[in-house]
Design a binder for this molecule. Structure first.
Ligand code: BES
Ligand code: ZN
Ligand code: ZN
Length: 498
């Protein structure tokens, strides 16, 4: 996609279409008035006559019949100016772009007026995210024709800065697309080995990769990861991505849950009254977010930091070999774990990967991410990911980022009570609490048991946003969304250097 900027008047734009946002108010804006004049008052007339009210997201298409060069004008309602939120604006713009993506239009201008630079970046991202398709397995592919987007702005900007913003936005979107493609693959194709080989694909200089199979994992002592893999015919893997610039001042770790299918294991997921196994091919969305982030790292080449990405990956299956409720294992860091519920498997594979990278690479900051709990969806719905951690300052920075972004984070607490509930009668820890309440928090508390208090640690539960079973909004459609990629890239780009 070619993304450019222009401060020309609409009336002299040469694109095939123009998305023209308008507020619901008695008066048209100065710019819209100009277009209206050239169009013989058509815009003001259809609004006055009530053929169109610019409610938020409401679209109305008019043709210019050569009165101006742009052929198709897509009026996009923004509702009342006072009531418009960032989110509402992103939703509206992306739905208009999604509409254009379904037509034969190749070049489209979008009027954005005067916006802060970070908002412009988000606007470009949500626009491109709305054009995502997953049609690998469709005989007839409905490809997007649109290949030229022109953002029309008002005011003064440094053109080079704008180009940099567009470039960064495209890198982020490419990473999100990559993560979405991985999440949307069915589990018969995307096995743990295939997931590790996808990570290998992006491991080009200066990124290195090591992939460990089950024999090595046994020698390394990652019994929790192996316990989950027991019921599967597919071999578990641990992929370690290592971005290591020549000079670096600190090391950070990123760990993603890579369950390529979660049946629940012996504690089988119920399929009635709702089919809770559906969509569980996307239970590797955390791993996908890490791989996507490394794709972006390979292009952005951040200075002075070494970044370790760990992807523990396996299926959670049921068979004669599966682990059973009550089984006890030795984790990599030495603590023993009683697996009371085999469906709480994400925390097991993350725990081993977290202790492995802490011991081997000594990162000063770690983020782990994954589709950990249905409880997080119950608490926060599908818009917000749950964020937990042991350093409030770091969490605050992530929350501040999310305020501006279209990826929403909400903090949930962890305290001693939750840790107390994880005490086992037979082992050091049990993998679930004693009741269903607060299960997202208990999962975070379990993970914290594997974190050295000296390490700054953040846990992000993306169960809600990563897997959308219903269409939500144009930039987060049905299926895998690539949730977390934007947050992780911004963490590396904006939080770590400051
Ligand atoms: N992969 C699931 C969590 C999940 C559920 C993600 C729905 C996305 C949509 C996870 O492994 C799981 O099964 N968690 C259990 C934990 C429970 C046994 C404490 C859950 O949430 O029910
Ligand atoms: Zn599970
Ligand atoms: Zn799971």
């Amino acid at each position: 996609m070619k993304v450019t900027f222009s401060d020309k008047k609409f009336t002299s734009l040469k694109s095939q279409a123009l998305i023209l946002p308008i507020y619901k108010s008695k008066k048209l804006s100065k710019e819209t008035k100009e277009a209206d004049k050239k169009l013989g008052g058509l815009i003001s007339e259809i609004i006055k006559e009530g053929y169109y009210t610019p409610e938020l997201g409401e679209v109305h298409v008019i043709y210019s019949y050569e009165k101006i060069k742009v052929k198709k004008i897509i009026l996009l309602g923004l509702g009342k100016k006072k009531e418009l939120t960032c989110e509402g604006y992103y939703k509206a713009i992306s739905s208009a772009i999604a509409y254009v993506g379904k037509t034969n239009i190749r070049s489209c201008a979008v009027y954005i007026g005067k916006k802060e630079e970070s908002k412009i970046q988000n606007i470009i991202e949500v626009s491109l995210l709305a054009l995502y398709r997953f049609h690998y397995y469709k005989s007839k592919k409905k490809s997007v024709k649109l290949n030229n987007l022109i953002y029309v702005y008002k005011g003064r900007y440094n053109q080079r800065k704008l180009d940099e913003i567009a470039n960064l936005a495209q890198i982020i979107v490419e990473a999100v697309y990559f993560a979405r493609d991985l999440a949307n693959q069915p589990s018969n194709i995307l096995t743990p080995k295939k997931l590790a080989s996808e990570a290998q694909k992006i491991a080009k200089f200066p990124i290195k990769i090591r992939i460990f199979g089950e024999k090595e994992l046994k020698d390394m002592g990652l019994e929790l990861l192996l316990s989950v893999a027991k019921g599967s015919d597919e071999e578990a893997q641990l992929a370690i991505l290592d971005y290591k610039p020549k000079k670096y001042k600190k090391t950070i770790g990123l760990v993603g849950k890579g369950i390529t299918f979660d049946t629940g294991g012996s504690t089988l997921k119920p399929t009635y009254p709702v089919d809770s196994m559906q969509g569980m091919n996307m239970d590797m969305s955390g791993a996908a977010a890490i791989i996507g982030t490394f794709l972006a790292i390979s292009k952005l080449k951040p200075k002075n930091i070494r970044i370790i990405g760990a992807i523990p990956t396996t299926e959670n299956m049921i068979s004669g070999k599966s682990q059973k409720p009550g089984d006890v294992w030795h984790s990599h860091n030495g603590k023993t774990v009683e697996v009371v519920n085999t469906d709480a498997e994400g925390r097991l594979v993350l725990a081993d990967a977290l202790s492995y990278i802490q011991k081997k690479y000594k990162p000063s900051e770690i983020i782990d991410i994954g589709t950990l709990t249905g409880g997080c969806i119950m608490a926060l719905g599908h818009e917000y990911s749950g964020v937990f951690g042991n350093r409030q300052k770091l969490i605050d920075k992530l929350l501040a980022l999310s305020q501006e972004s279209y990826e929403k984070l909400w903090q949930l607490p962890i305290n001693k009570e939750f840790h107390n509930e994880l005490k086992s009668d037979v082992a050091d820890l049990r993998n679930i609490g004693c009741g269903k309440e607060g299960s997202a928090i208990k999962c975070a508390a379990f993970l914290e048991e594997f974190i050295n208090p000296k390490t700054a640690w953040v846990h992000i539960d993306i169960a809600g946003p990563a897997i959308q079973m219903k269409p939500q909004k144009a930039y987060f459609q049905k299926g895998g969304t690539g949730a977390g990629v934007k947050t992780l890239i911004e963490f590396i780009n904006k939080i770590i250097p400051n």
